[in-house]
Design a protein around this ligand. Structure first.
Ligand SMILES: *Cc1c(COP(=O)(O)O)cnc(C)c1O
Length: 426
């Protein structure tokens, strides 16, 4: 399974053979799969929206319930995993997922909250350098967050918001076009804030290149990694990204509304001149409980925390990160390439003109997701597909998003899905 070029075959025995050769196949058993009313396991391709529940989560959460039951407030210091420093138990594993140093990463809040906190520090518009670059079809929450920050600083989005738009008859945004925007308007751009993987098209941006080019124009670069964390092999530190935020309930399987991640590059770790919103949890750990008026931000990403975080939410995430830690992103990303490529191969084998895969063919520009346009269709098509026992999602006007997740999806899942798709198409 290591070689990039496998000659794929369009039959069930071959899919089975790929599963048999897959060193990560055993992890499938560590997850709960949803079933239909008659008890049949559904084909689950929605790990990009909500990752499946790892079976170990229950025990991790129960441990905290038990410690709370038996220790009350003393659990902060005497729980099996003391609550006071609990977030620190997640830091290194989370840092490994995004290619960061531990000082650069913290788990806290939820994604959009973290995006605002990051922009408080890293969107510092001046009269001449005040614009923000975002994808035109960015996830709505990112659009709203960015627009409200622009308004908050007294600028007008008509002028201050640059939306990257695909060329005519294209769905994805070319890196060349992003570079052109930077070359032409860079002097007035304060911040570039893109999704590492666009939620709609599944396009993965060249984060390294974009960061490099933007920095030449003194532009701050942040990424929303909601669809990239736990999916792509990331190297945020080496890429010199200024900040990043991500949720943990998609590829990272922490459960609905799970606690989010935040990255601040080491070069900003001790910069106390950056304006920030503070809370007692960002204050010097030694002095936090002295309840004194002076504030001294902790060095690194931890210095952006506000509140004491939810232990139950972190317990759930810790259960999942322990699995990621065992597998490692490099191996996951490798399997992911094969799994997605097999899905692509089988869809192309249908030779159906009504189908167009809008996610890039180039494996460097995508992760686990394929977005397929079903031409001249409507949501009925999606309902018919769902009725065959598939969980995937529909994005208006005509796109189905599928995420074969390397931790728990199999090559057989992919094969069976395409059989169902074929049935519904006919
Ligand atoms: C999933 C997702 C969100 C969700 O934001 P929350 O604050 O977690 O509700 C935001 N942005 C992007 C790009 C997403 O994919």
């Amino acid at each position: 399974m290591n070689s990039e070029k496998i000659i794929y075959q369009n039959n069930e025995a071959f899919a089975q053979q790929l599963d048999n050769a897959d060193a990560l196949a055993k992890y499938r058993n560590q997850f709960h799969f949803p079933k239909d009313n008659t008890g049949n396991t559904l084909l689950y391709f929605c790990g990009n929206s909500l990752g499946l529940q790892p079976k170990n989560v229950r025990a991790y959460i129960e441990q905290e319930l038990l410690d709370w039951e038996n220790l009350g407030v003393e659990g902060h210091f005497h729980a099996k995993h003391p609550w006071m420093p609990y977030h620190e138990f997640l830091t290194e594993k989370m840092a490994n997922i995004v290619g960061a140093k531990p000082i650069e990463v913290v788990v806290m809040n939820t994604l959009t909250v973290n995006l605002h906190l990051m922009m408080v520090s890293f969107y510092r518009p001046t009269k001449t350098k005040y614009k923000i670059v975002i994808e035109k079809n960015a996830f709505p929450s990112d659009q709203y967050a960015v627009q409200s920050q622009i308004n908050f600083h007294g600028f007008d989005c008509k002028d201050a918001l640059i939306e990257l738009t695909p060329r005519e008859n294209e769905d994805i945004i070319f890196t060349d076009d992003i570079e052109k925007v930077i070359a032409e308007q860079g002097d007035s751009i304060a911040l570039i804030m893109l999704g590492g993987v666009n939620y709609y098209t599944g396009q993965a941006f060249d984060m390294k290149r974009i960061t490099e080019v933007a920095h030449q124009k003194n532009i701050v670069v942040g990424f929303d990694l909601a669809h990239a964390a736990g999916n792509l092999f990331l190297q945020l530190h080496d890429w010199n990204v200024d900040f990043a935020v991500w949720c943990s309930y998609k590829y990272l399987n922490s459960g609905p509304g799970g606690i989010a991640g935040c990255f601040v590059h080491e070069k900003h770790a001790t910069d106390k001149t950056l304006p920030r919103f503070a809370g007692w949890w960002s204050n010097d750990k030694q002095k936090r409980f002295l309840m004194q008026p002076e504030f001294n931000a902790i060095d690194g990403a931890e210095g952006w925390q506000l509140s004491n975080p939810s232990i139950l939410a972190m317990a759930s995430l810790r259960a999942s990160l322990d699995i990621f830690d065992e597998v490692g992103m490099e191996k996951l990303a490798e399997k992911s390439k094969q799994l997605t490529a097999y899905l692509e191969f089988l869809i192309n084998e249908l030779k159906n003109d009504a189908i167009e895969i809008i996610t890039p063919k180039d494996t460097k520009q995508r992760g686990a997701q394929l977005s397929i346009r079903i031409k001249n269709s409507n949501k009925n098509f999606f309902h018919q597909l769902t009725a065959t026992g598939v969980v995937c999602d529909w994005r208006e006007p005509d796109v189905i998003r599928l995420a074969p997740v390397p931790l728990y999806n199999s090559f057989l899942d992919v094969y069976q899905f395409v059989q169902k798709l074929k049935l519904v198409l006919s």
